[in-house]
Write a protein that binds this ligand. Sequence first.
Ligand code: MG
Length: 314
Amino acid sequence: MAPLHAASVRADLAAAGLEAHVYTIPAGEASKTWQTVLPLYGRLLADGFDRTSTVLALGGGVVGDLAGFVAATYMRGIAFVQVPTSLLAMVDASVGGKVGVDHPQAKNLIGAFKQPALVVADTRFLRTLPARERRCGLAEVVKHGLIGAPHILTWLESGRWSWPALIREAIAVKKAVVEDDPFERGRRAVLNLGHTFAHALEVVSNYTLPHGEAVAVGLVLAARLAVRVGLADEPLAARVEALLHTLGLPVRLSADPAAVWQAMQGDKKKARGRLRFVLPRAVGDVIVTDAVPPEVVRTVLAEILCPERPPPEA
Ligand code: MG
């Protein structure tokens, strides 16, 4: 995001009497590696960064993860501030303290928990965001609403909402969950609502499917699964689907259900060899369960995913 926003952020910092050095990395997940991180330590050292310095991540999720990892490890950890520029990063990645880099064999394999001292979500950044990326961020907003803020769904359904309020409320859901379980030993798993499906859909698409779109279909699958196992009523699934569709997000996908099922077996959040699902019982009420019969999951996959059908127009 340096080309777009670094100069103005640097000017703001200078106005506050703070000196800033700017380091840029190429956009995209491919940058989230050791090869990008290692030279950054040398540059911080050369520029005189010490224990009193702060790393500020200006960009989307990749920059936040990577800069946070540098902040967590440089001199055993220095202060860290997140300035997310994408909606996805504002409502999700920038909050919660998960930082790290990818390993050739697994995403986010090398990392740490490093809570930011501050998260600045400036909605002016959203003006430069492509519409498709904004929609992707809304998928995580809907997820947070389902987990713990029914009013978020009501707002989105009514069409009467503002970015600052929406972002603040979405962050509040995640913040409450993370504060309850900062190191992901229990309750924090609810934040994976829709994500066991979403990650498998991303793998099967060879990561051509944007995360937010995978999450949208994942939420539909989770809601349908909840209905199938008797946890939720049909109107809940219909409501989730209708809202996501209204927001311009996909609710069906052209993908091979068998391949997606196969990809789900590699989920790193499996517990004792069983797939764990986060399922909604109602809006604002989700549970984590590993008591879902595999054949029911496969039925739901076959219902929502279709090899022949093209994805609906976004
Ligand atoms: Mg996500």
